[in-house]
Design a protein around this ligand. Structure first.
Ligand code: ARG
Length: 363
């Protein structure tokens, strides 16, 4: 594609898909003002959004310093997605002290004492390229580095467990049936090679090399290796105590942070992630709630989506990104903002949002 073709294509996407944030904020003059090596880097970053016109974001970073290097474009997209107004600096506070937040979902309604709760953070190691730009060898070397850290983590009684790899020939390799079982149990990530966004970005490259998952014995602490970010560290449990859920993640993250090479972190962008949507706290926390009334038995998410959105939450089916709701109205509810809000604030939004949706469900 020549520069003219690229610019014309993005213009076309901007007209047909105004929600594609890359197309919305792409500025041809900025692109043309870059030198050739920078233009080549930027083309890779925006390739997924150029090719997949229905992208909502439309870009993935390839290296931690891409955010600073291409700030004139990426900051505009980041502000738009994360709701940070022009004039307000982009900055990420961190605060894990959730002790002041009411955290017992059972206090909203005894029926919420046993919901499926999950919180994860994205982390990338500063010394490797981001997944879209990793070679097959780097993916496997990174997995080895992670596996060595997991061997140490496994000695901790609270986090003891095992590493499971899907890299062919890995000493930790599991078979296809075990992999499928873990995917069905919502523990392991799906085959990424079918994801058109990740494919164009190179993030799903060399599948399944360098991919795996650490799982604690209690199956309440998991770490994905080699998905959209180097690491996705998560805490999950059925219950209603958000503080316990967050505390486990925080403790596990701290231990892993000490065992691994330094994470890519920035005062401005927080935890560096492949996708600009995940910058900041890098955190996604969610509840699986049954909302049959608000979702018309899972057939229509329009109302619940609107109600959730006005409270800073996003709703999707319980089967993951782009999935539908169950016929019992089971949906996944999670705070949308990640950048500019602390971990504690995200938890508070989830709690308050869940209480508000529950009130609408049970009127
Ligand atoms: N690249 C896709 C898009 O722009 C996904 C964006 C958010 N999801 C994610 N898993 N990072 O629509």
């Amino acid at each position: 594609m020549t520069d003219e073709q690229l610019i014309a294509r993005i213009d076309e996407v901007k007209q047909s898909h105004p929600d594609n944030l890359m197309a919305r904020h792409f500025d041809a003059d900025y692109y043309l003002g870059l030198d050739a090596p920078l233009q080549a880097r930027l083309r890779k970053i925006i390739a997924s959004g150029v090719q997949n016109e229905n992208s909502s974001m439309g870009a993935y970073a390839m290296a931690p310093d891409d955010y600073a290097q291409f700030a004139p474009l990426l900051d505009a997209m980041i502000r738009d997605f994360h709701g940070i107004e022009a004039g307000t600096p982009i900055a990420q506070p961190h605060d894990w002290d959730t002790s002041a937040v009411t955290s017992d979902l059972g206090a909203i309604d005894a029926k919420l004492k046993q919901v499926s709760m999950r919180v994860r953070v994205a982390r990338n190691v500063a010394s490797f390229p981001l997944p879209g730009a990793m070679s097959k060898e780097q993916r496997v070397v990174f997995e080895d580095v992670a596996a060595a850290a997991f061997a140490k983590l496994a000695e901790n009684p609270d986090f003891g467990g095992q590493y499971l790899s899907i890299t062919p020939g890995s000493p930790y390799e599991i078979d296809a049936a075990e992999y499928q079982r873990r995917v069905a149990a919502h523990q392991m990530f799906k085959d990424m090679s079918g994801d058109k966004y990740l494919n164009v970005a190179g993030i799903s490259g060399d599948w399944p090399y360098g991919r795996g998952m650490y799982v604690s014995e209690a199956e309440d602490f998991l770490v994905w290796v080699g998905e959209e970010d180097h690491l996705r560290i998560m805490s999950m449990q059925t219950g209603g105590d958000l503080n316990a859920l967050f505390a486990r993640l925080h403790d596990g993250l701290q231990i892993l942070g000490d065992l691994l090479p330094a994470f890519a972190m920035s005062d401005k962008y927080g935890a560096i992630a492949s996708c600009p949507t995940n910058l900041g706290a890098g955190m996604r926390c969610s509840l699986h709630m049954k909302l049959p009334h608000l979702t018309k038995s899972g057939t229509d998410l329009t109302r619940v989506t609107t109600e959730a959105k006005s409270r800073g939450l996003a709703v999707r089916g319980a089967g993951g990104e782009h999935s539908d709701a169950g016929s019992d109205g089971l949906v996944d509810v999670s705070p949308s903002a990640r950048l500019g809000v602390s971990e504690m604030q995200i938890m508070r939004r989830l709690y308050d949002g869940a209480a508000a949706l529950w009130a609408l469900e049970t009127v």
